[in-house]
Design a protein around this ligand. Structure first.
Ligand code: 4AD
Ligand code: MG
Length: 433
């Protein structure tokens, strides 16, 4: 008896000429009286298997007849290099073991509406483009961790249940907490400001929550954010690090996930251009761009999605916008010394109209000013005493930023809507499945 290797489709090239076992599911099937063509998926990829009537016993040939889409199967077959095959290899099938014949799989190869697909998200994830998007998500997260770990950042997990707001009180998800209440975190930043004084360069990486009653293609209620925070770093250096960071992420996806980008039909030419340095403009300059384009915009407000798109059209790389009006940013933003109506915040706007992917900036380090801001923003001071402490005991200039994972995936994958960038999106009108 020959020993069969349990192969995965991703690594199939290692087994050229050998007989292997693949455990997976039927992606698609075409049959004529003389030959069965099976597309088999195993979670790592898809391969075509071919069973010819003259190549296998009549029983084996017959056993392929009842197979339907997503039936679970274990096949054996000989690996054969074939230039015409997607992935470069085919299986000459020799045997089949059926685990389950599936009846009426809801997602057929025909077109379905988005609502139907979202309702079947748990099954939709098996489809080619969703599969490719998830692999790119994995690659992006891996490259984020590698970059930060290789550059001396320490992972510090910040709490999900918090007593107070970081990004404004209007988007808090409230939950009972025994005799009191708590909020799902909007950002780990405030804790990381404490952590960076303890450990120098730190980052947190986790889910964050915003009860934003907006139904845009860029907003989720639950999204993942990576937030580096650095002691003794000011606005400019903060941006230097971000442009290195984002360039590295894009480079790694181009290097390691070109197949998946192809599956998504992503034009990679714009991604090839993503190399540091990135252009930097002030808020005032951005407002002028909007004016030149004839868009109505009043100084003082934050940019909306159409504004960001219009600004990004002027650049083929991500663009930093700095010195926002203090009034439109969070309470912790450090004001410009000789022009306190603007602050040392910097957002990074992706090219091609994908919008803001990073929000960040330099934080207030002066205790008096911080207390004043907490009062102006009508935040309960007693909840922020620990945060004020950081300015009383060893205060230093410090900065950080938050990169939204799903927005970054949407941009790199070229997806119009953020809902396909996360396995199970939480949206205004959807929490199922
Ligand atoms: O600009 P934001 O609100 O910044 C912060 O939370 C800071 N505390 C980060 C920091 O400095 N440590 O959010 C940062 C990023 C945005 O640029 C965007 O990419 C993403 O998080 N983001 C969202 N992504 C999906 N859905 C939402 N509702 C999002 N809100 C923000
Ligand atoms: Mg922002």
């Amino acid at each position: 008896m020959i020993y069969l290797q349990k192969a995965t489709i991703r690594d199939i090239s290692k087994y050229d000429g050998e007989e292997v076992e693949i455990r997976g599911w039927v992606y698609n099937k075409r049959s004529s009286g003389k030959i069965h063509f099976l597309l088999i998926r195993d979670g790592t990829g898809i391969i075509q298997g071919v069973a010819g009537k003259n190549d296998v016993s009549p029983e084996v040939f017959e056993s392929f007849n009842p197979l339907t889409q997503e039936s679970s199967i274990i096949v054996t077959g000989k690996v054969r290099a074939d230039k015409r095959a997607p992935g470069g290899y085919e299986l000459t099938l020799t045997g089949l073991k059926v685990i389950q014949i599936v009846k009426d799989y809801p997602i057929s190869p025909k077109e379905h509406g988005v609502e139907f697909l979202m309702e079947h998200r748990h099954l939709w994830l098996r489809s080619k483009k969703q599969h490719a998007t998830m692999l790119i998500r994995h690659e992006i997260i891996k490259s984020i961790r590698n970059f930060l770990d290789n550059n001396g950042f320490i992972l510090m997990d910040t709490p999900i249940l918090t007593p107070s707001a970081c990004e404004g009180t209007t988007t808090l998800f409230e939950t009972p907490y025994f005799d009191t209440k708590a909020y799902l975190t909007q950002s780990g930043q405030l804790y990381n400001e404490a952590n960076c004084i303890a450990l120098g360069k730190v980052y947190c990486f986790g889910p964050t929550f915003r009860a934003e009653k907006s139904k845009t293609r860029r907003h989720l209620m639950e999204f993942w954010m990576v937030e580096p925070e650095m002691a003794y770093v000011e606005l400019e250096e903060n941006m230097d690090i971000q442009e290195q960071f984002v360039s590295y992420i894009v480079k790694k996806v181009l290097e390691n996930r070109s197949e998946e980008l192809k599956t998504l039909e992503r034009d990679t030419a714009p991604l090839e251009k993503i190399k540091a340095p990135f252009p930097r403009i002030t808020y005032d300059e951005a407002v002028n761009i909007l004016k030149e384009k004839g868009l109505p915009f009043e100084w003082g407000g934050d940019f909306g999605a159409p504004d960001e798109t219009a600004i990004s059209e002027n650049f083929d790389k991500p663009v930093f916008i700095t010195h926002y009006p203090t009034q439109c940013k969070a309470f912790y933003m450090k004001p410009e010394e000789d022009r306190p109506e603007v602050c040392l915040g910097a957002d990074l706007i992706a090219p091609e109209g994908y919008g803001e992917i990073i929000g960040g900036g330099e934080r207030i380090s002066d205790p008096e000013l911080l207390i004043k801001r907490i009062e102006e923003h009508k935040l309960p001071k007693e909840d922020y005493q620990w945060y004020i402490d950081l300015r009383l005991y060893g205060t230093v200039p410090h900065s950080g930023f938050g990169l939204g994972i799903e927005r970054t995936i949407a941009w790199i994958c070229g997806l119009k809507h953020i809902r396909e960038t996360i396995p199970y999106p939480r949206m205004l009108e959807r929490i199922y499945p």
